[in-house]
Design a protein around this ligand. Structure first.
Ligand SMILES: NC(=O)c1ccc[n+]([C@@H]2O[C@H](COP(=O)([O-])OP(=O)(O)OC[C@H]3O[C@@H](n4cnc5c(N)ncnc54)[C@H](O)[C@@H]3O)[C@@H](O)[C@H]2O)c1
Length: 339
C-alpha cells in the first residue's frame, strides 16, 4: 500500500480519521481503511468505499463494536477459535488469517474459526496474506440472505464466497475468489445506488420474474451459479462458516444495510497449509501445471488463458498508481461522515 499515489494516500488518511471519529482505535481504523482502499484498487467497488457509511452507521448504533474484546481460544497448535465480540469484520478477519498463518508455520496446517464477526469485504484480500507466506489457503464466510436454496421460494443463503489461494512460483498468486451468486450483491447495491442496470439472468424480482433493475433485484432473489450445484455450494459455505464456528447461519445473518435489529454475528473459516506436505517441489509442479494450461489452443477472441487472480493483480498494478475516482454518492457519504 505504501506506493499508492499521493491523492490516494490523502484519501486513506481521511478514511482513517473517519473510522477513528466513530470510535475505532488507530490500528483498527488502519486495518479497515486498507481493506476498503484495496477493494477500490482491485476494482471491487461494491466492497469498497461505497460501504463506508454503512459501517459507520452500524458502529454508531452499537451493532459493530468499536472497542471489541476479541478472544482467541487455542484448541491445539493448529486450531484456534476466535470470538470477535462484534468487531468490524476487517479486524476479525485480519487477526484470523494472521493466526491461521502462524498455526500453519508451526504445524503445517492452520484452522481458524471465527464467530461474532461482521462483513469483512473480499476473501481474496486475506488469502493474499497467506499466499505471500508461501501457504495454500481456503477461506469461507457467510453473508445475509440473497439466494433461495434450490427448490425454495425464499432467499436464505448469502452470496457466500468461496476462496482458494496458492503460490504459483511467480509473483502473481492464484486466487480463486468467487461468490456463488451469478454476480455479487455488492455489485447490485452499487448499481442500485448509482441508478445503473444489472445484467440479465442474475436476479428475479419479488414476483419471481427476471429483472435488470438493481433495486427490484435487491427486493427479490439473486440466482446462484449453476442451479442446484451453486445452491449446494452456498449451503456448504453456510455450514463451514456458520454452523461449525458458532456464527449465525440458516438465514439469520442480518443484512448490514437494512437490518439494524442486532449485530450480524457472521462466521468465517480460514484454512492454511504448507505446500511441501506431500511433495518437495510444489512450486516447480504448479509452474508446470499453469504452463501446460496456458499453452492450450484458445477459442476465438481469447488472447491468453488467465488463471484466477491474474486479472485482479493486473488491475491493482495499474490502479494503485492512479487517483481513486469516487462516485458522487460516495463523495457525499464522505462529506457527511466528516462533519
Ligand atoms: N464478504 C462477503 O460477504 C462477500 C460476499 C460475496 C462476495 N464477496 C467478495 O466479492 C468479490 C467479488 O466476487 P465475484 O464473484 O464478483 O468475483 P468475480 O466474478 O469478479 O471473479 C470470480 C473469480 O473468477 C476469476 N476470474 C475472473 N475472470 C476470469 C477469467 N477470464 N479467467 C479466469 N478466471 C477469471 C477471478 O480472478 C476470481 O477469482 C470476492 O472478492 C468475494 O470475496 C464478499
Amino acid at each position: 500500500m505504501e506506493k499508492v499515489n499521493l491523492k490516494t494516500q490523502n484519501l486513506k488518511k481521511e478514511i482513517i480519521e473517519i473510522f477513528k471519529k466513530f470510535g475505532l482505535n488507530k490500528n483498527h481504523a488502519l486495518i479497515s481503511t486498507n481493506a476498503l482502499i484495496n477493494a477500490e484498487l482491485v476494482g471491487a467497488y461494491g466492497h469498497g468505499l461505497s460501504r463506508l457509511r454503512m459501517y459507520c452507521e452500524r458502529i454508531s448504533k452499537n451493532l459493530i463494536n468499536p472497542k471489541p474484546k476479541i478472544k482467541i481460544k487455542k484448541i491445539s497448535n493448529s486450531i484456534s477459535h476466535i470470538d470477535a465480540d462484534d468487531a468490524i469484520g476487517f479486524v476479525a478477519a485480519d487477526l484470523a488469517i494472521k493466526q491461521a498463518i502462524k498455526n500453519a508455520k508451526k504445524t503445517g496446517i492452520g484452522l481458524v474459526g471465527v464467530k461474532n464477526s461482521g462483513h469483512y469485504g473480499l476473501s481474496g484480500y486475506y488469502a493474499e496474506q497467506a499466499v505471500k507466506k508461501n501457504l495454500i489457503t481456503m477461506i469461507y464466510t457467510n453473508a445475509p440472505p440473497a439466494i433461495a436454496p434450490y427448490g425454495a421460494l425464499k432467499s436464505l443463503f448469502g452470496t457466500n464466497p468461496i476462496c482458494f489461494g496458492s503460490p504459483t512460483g511467480s509473483k502473481v498468486p492464484f486466487i480463486l475468489d468467487t461468490s456463488i451468486s451469478m454476480i455479487n450483491r455488492g455489485k447490485i447495491r452499487f448499481a442500485a445506488k448509482n441508478n445503473k442496470k444489472i445484467p440479465e439472468g442474475v436476479a428475479l424480482n419479488k414476483f419471481g420474474k427476471p429483472t435488470t433493475n438493481a433495486k427490484e433485484a435487491l427486493q427479490g432473489v439473486q440466482l446462484p451459479i449453476a442451479g442446484f450445484r451453486g445452491s449446494g455450494l452456498a449451503w456448504m459455505v453456510d455450514i463451514l462458516s456458520g454452523v461449525l464456528t458458532g456464527g449465525n447461519h440458516s438465514g439469520r445473518v442480518k443484512d448490514p444495510f437494512d437490518d439494524f435489529s442486532g449485530p450480524q454475528n457472521i462466521g468465517h473459516l480460514f484454512i492454511t497449509f504448507k505446500t511441501n506436505l506431500f511433495v518437495k517441489n510444489y512450486n516447480l509442479r504448479i509452474k508446470d501445471n499453469i504452463k501446460k494450461i496456458k499453452k492450450l489452443p484458445k477459442i476465438k477472441g481469447v488472447k491468453e488463458i488467465v488463471y484466477p487472480g491474474q486479472n485482479k493483480y493486473k488491475r491493482f498494478s495499474v490502479n494503485f498508481k492512479k487517483e481513486i475516482k469516487l462516485t458522487k454518492n460516495t463523495k457525499k457519504d464522505l462529506d457527511f461522515l466528516k462533519r
